[in-house]
Design a protein around this ligand. Structure first.
Ligand SMILES: C[S@@+](CC[C@H](N)C(=O)[O-])C[C@H]1O[C@@H](n2cnc3c(N)ncnc32)[C@H](O)[C@@H]1O
Length: 180
């Protein structure tokens, strides 16, 4: 069973040991994942349709839609955490392609996804299996650096389908890929 906070920390620690100077955090929320890279003097940009309550000191925040915003092509790390299930499945391949095209050679993509085993999984949205993700990241172009797939500990947090007061679990995939 995954403790989300601990697992996020573990994956971020793995990335903090790499040569990462330029970070893009898509659907960044409060920039909780990407702000760790500010300590390394990395350039950190977050894009979200909603402004964070507080922009971490030194970070760049762009209020915008990641489908419409232009990305520069030289990011050492692009984070896509809990965003790929939010829109219709037909739009996902183009967004993943955009993420990959905007990643520098030897750069990384860090994905956190709700999987096909998640209770909210539907056919219309992107709730992939690990093997589906691997199809997007073929071994000839991307190296899988670290991955984990498991159910989370029960947590209370609200969303459209689950009221705040009911503890529930999710089924997540964490994956770091490096561009070859
Ligand atoms: C579930 S939250 C994840 C936040 C953060 N990535 C994390 O893992 O803590 C999804 C975020 O994506 C943002 N979002 C949803 N659709 C978006 C879009 N098309 N463009 C930019 N941000 C979007 C939401 O405003 C929200 O902050």
């Amino acid at each position: 069973m995954i403790n989300i906070k601990e697992t996020k920390k573990e994956f971020i620690l793995e990335l903090l040991n790499k040569d990462i100077y330029k970070v893009l955090d898509l659907g960044c929320g409060e920039m909780l994942l990407s702000k760790a890279f500010l300590k390394n003097n990395s350039f950190v940009k977050g894009i979200d349709i909603k402004e964070p309550l507080e922009i971490p000191e030194g970070a760049v925040f762009v209020k915008g839609n990641f489908f419409q915003e232009e990305f520069e092509k030289d990011y050492d790390l692009i984070i896509a955490s809990l965003i790929l299930h939010l829109t219709k499945k037909e739009f996902t391949p183009k967004l993943i392609q955009k993420i990959q095209d905007s990643t520098a050679k030897n750069g990384y993509n860090f994905l956190i996804l709700l999987s096909n085993k998640d209770s909210l999984s539907t056919e219309e949205r992107f709730y992939p299996s690990m093997s589906e993700i691997m199809e997007f990241y073929p071994g000839s172009e991307w190296k899988l650096i670290k991955s984990l797939e498991d159910e989370t500990e029960p947590e209370q947090h609200g969303n459209a389908q689950t009221p705040d007061n009911i503890p529930h679990t999710h089924h997540l995939i964490f994956a770091i890929f490096q561009k070859q």
